[in-house]
Design a protein. Structure first.
Lengths: 530, 122
């Protein structure tokens, strides 16, 4: 009994010692596991997490080497990037090519399961990687081998944890099950880091996109805005506010927006917004706005209501706005110009009609009609050329004489005497152009310019002491044949004494002086100037 | 209805050649020309007080609209027609529907318009 008992005691003592060793081992492992789990839970970047797992794995399994290979599929096939390792310098892995999915590694990277080998050099899968056979040169001297795939809950293989030892049979079933648990934790930790990083990348990209959008909007002077359909909260960018004459720091809500819109356009604008919200119509509208200070400007607004399925209607509306005042004013100017052009064309046609009609009344033959009519038509045409050259802003008095007399051979016999040239409106340019033509034609046919010795003197100056100011212009002929007053009142005389006088509020006098014709015009400056 | 002959017509037209043509046409039709007035002030004065039966008004008087003259004539009950290159498009809101003689026009067109105006003379 005693012997038995002693034997039993020895046995018990031995078993107790073993149990204590096992317990200590278990406590050590469990503490290590806790520490690793805590470290993983603390987060950090992927590299730190993987290092914790690899170091922890080495500690828990008693391995000499540990490594994590990240599952990367490149364009040429599968390649596996070294992520982290323990127990061997990185250089030990840098000497040989990236591990490929050889038969040994395949089960791990394919996520098929754990590979645990007492002696991997005896494994039938080992060394089948052509052209090499057996342990590659420079390879770590691994006999005991434990490889655990790191798989997410969705089943995608993130990579594999590999542990090795130069001696055989170092990894038992416990080590395997601990590593499977650790691999699962590692998978969760890596995944959460990845999604956090992906979120950050997306955030950065979105920020970049917004920056670019803002740049584009700013360069195009485009304002942007958002409207909450229910609360009518209105959010306007700085440029959008500027379009309504507001500073960036000023409040500008939906009520302010509606109030700035010109009363005549407000109903149309509100209807367009409602249409966009209710029917998803494109919001595209131009309206006048009254900015603080009273100026009226034009804004072109475009936008769209965003539909949300859960709400059954639009919740928010967003869009851009652009100050189109310059374009609108240009359009209005163009419209005015077209109207003005039409007015001038029609009036010119009536002028031609008038010239034809009056020339017909004052000529005796078709030949005489033709000569006089064509001369007057050319005079009108000359004046238009002059005005076109000056962009229809008028011409100077001297230019009118030069243009109308250009076709006259006797133009060098016309002397000018004046101190200051005078800029005239387009309307008075046309009127005086016709008058100069009539005077010159008459001088050439009957007056001073009909003889080689005759001369014409053109003098103009402001009348002294006349208020409002009046320009006195005289056309004085000399050296021509004796002058006799015409028996019939011709077109030229009528145009000068009646038409021109009326149109320019002037007094025009034709004196048939014996030395030559003298035409005196008293032209109020206000009727001449632009 | 008053006959065209001896119809006293105020002419408001700022362009010399055009007013000369209108004068000639009116004279041919036997009318008596009052004016022509080339300036708004003169036109307003004549429209308000001159002895006239009808008026022919150029819509644009040196860049100034003729409508105050038209209003004065309306007040006096003097029938008038606009002469314009714009046609009816050139009229102000208050005068849409008024008689318009589109420039350029023939003597026959002027006669027809004047007959219309003369029919309104009481």
């Amino acid at each position: 009994m005693g012997l038995v008992a002693e034997d039993g005691i020895d046995d018990l003592t031995a078993r107790l010692a073993m149990a204590q060793v096992a317990l200590a081992d278990e406590i050590r492992r469990s503490r290590a596991l806790n520490r690793i789990a805590e470290a993983l839970g603390a987060g950090g970047d992927a590299e730190t997490l993987v290092q914790i797992v690899v170091d922890g794995g080495v500690e828990l399994t008693g391995a000499q080497f540990g490594a994590f290979f990240y599952n990367v599929v490149d364009a040429t096939g599968e390649s596996f990037m070294l992520y982290s390792l323990a127990g061997a310098p990185r250089a030990a892995f840098e000497n040989f090519p990236m591990p490929r999915k050889t038969e040994v590694f395949a089960p791990t990277f394919d996520g098929l399961g754990v590979v645990r080998s007492e002696d991997i050099t005896q494994d039938p899968r080992y060394g089948h990687n052509t052209p090499r056979r057996g342990m590659p040169e420079g390879h770590l001297p691994v006999r005991s081998y434990l490889a655990v795939p790191v798989i997410t809950r969705e089943g995608s293989v993130l990579g594999g944890l590999f542990f090795g030892h130069p001696e055989v049979a170092r990894f038992d079933a416990r080590a395997e099950s601990v590593m499977v648990g650790l691999a699962a934790q590692a998978a969760v930790a890596i995944e959460s880091v990845r999604s956090r990083e992906a979120a950050q990348v997306e955030l950065d990209q979105r920020r970049d996109t917004e920056e670019r959008l803002k740049f584009a909007l700013d360069s195009g002077r485009l304002g942007s805005w958002e409207l909450d359909v229910e609360t009518r909260d209105y959010l306007a960018s700085d440029i959008c506010k500027a379009n309504y004459g507001r500073r960036p720091d000023e409040d500008f809500g939906f009520a302010d927006l509606v109030a700035s819109v010109h009363p005549g356009d407000r109903e149309r604008m509100s209807a367009a917004i409602e249409d966009a919200i209710r029917h998803g119509a494109e919001y595209d509208i131009e309206y006048r706005v009254r900015i603080p200070g009273g100026e009226t400007r034009w804004v072109h607004a475009r936008g769209r209501a965003a539909q949300t399925a859960d709400h059954g209607g639009a919740r928010r509306m967003a869009g851009v706005s652009l100050d189109v005042t310059d374009r609108k004013r240009a359009e209005e100017r163009q419209k005015l110009l077209v109207n003005e052009l039409n007015h001038r064309v029609k009036n010119t046609l009536v002028s031609v009609q008038s010239i034809a009609s009056q020339t017909l009344r004052t000529t005796d033959s078709p030949e005489a009609f033709r000569e006089a009519f064509e001369g007057r038509l050319m005079a009108l045409s000359h004046t238009h050329n002059l005005l076109t050259e000056q962009n229809w802003e008028g011409a100077s008095l001297r230019e009118i004489f030069d243009f109308e007399l250009e076709a006259f051979a006797a133009r060098e016999r016309i002397d000018f005497d004046y101190i200051r040239d005078l800029q005239l409106s387009p309307k008075s340019t046309v009127a005086l152009g016709m008058a100069v033509h009539e005077l010159a034609t008459n001088a050439l046919k009957y007056g001073a310019l009909s003889t080689p010795q005759g001369r014409v003197q053109v003098v103009w100056a402001l009348e002294p002491a006349s208020e409002p100011p009046v320009l006195r212009l005289t056309w004085t002929e000399s050296g021509g044949p004796p002058v006799v007053p015409p028996t019939r009142h011709g077109f030229g005389a009528r145009l000068l004494e009646k038409g021109l006088a009326r149109e320019l509020s002037a007094q025009v006098n034709l004196a048939y002086d014996s030395l030559g014709l003298v035409c005196t015009m008293r032209l109020p400056i206000r009727a001449l100037e632009p | 209805m008053k006959p065209l002959t001896a119809l006293k017509v105020l002419v408001v037209e700022d362009e010399a050649l055009v007013s000369m043509l209108v004068e000639d046409m009116l004279s041919d039709l036997g009318c008596v020309v009052v004016g022509p007035a080339a300036e708004l002030e003169e036109a307003l004065r004549l429209a308000g007080s001159a002895d006239i039966d009808a008026a022919l008004l150029d819509v644009n008087l040196g860049g100034r609209p003729i409508f105050p003259v038209a209003d004065a004539l309306k007040e006096r009950g003097v029938p008038f027609a606009f002469a314009s290159g714009y046609g009816e498009a050139g009229l102000s809101e208050g005068h849409k529907g008024a008689t318009v003689l589109q420039k350029p026009f023939r003597e026959a067109d002027l006669r027809r318009v004047l007959e219309g105006l003369a029919a309104q003379v009481v």
